[in-house]
Unconditional design. Sequence first.
Length: 113
Amino acid sequence: MKITLQYFDDCPTWTLGHERLVALAEERTDIVLSLQKNETADDAERAGFHGSPSIRINDIDVFAAPGAPVGLACRRYLTPDGPAGAPTIDQLRAALPPATATTTTPLSDQKEI
């Protein structure tokens, strides 16, 4: 499964999202994690970037509300503890499809950007 963390540098909470996704990738050998940096409004528009950090699982922003605007902004997530700059690890786990027995690429062979 492909997970892409979209971000831009002016929003520091993307690093928390990245840390949590790395932890998930260590649990699930079927995850291939990549980063996509957005630097301009045009980048955000082309990428369908709904704010930093955005988490796309198999090319779908699983936390985006229908009609959410795109652009260079810090994104907020509703968590059990209130608004936060990234989803909790439990929210990320819940958003993942079930692991597949046929996809077992060792973590050491996965590419992280």
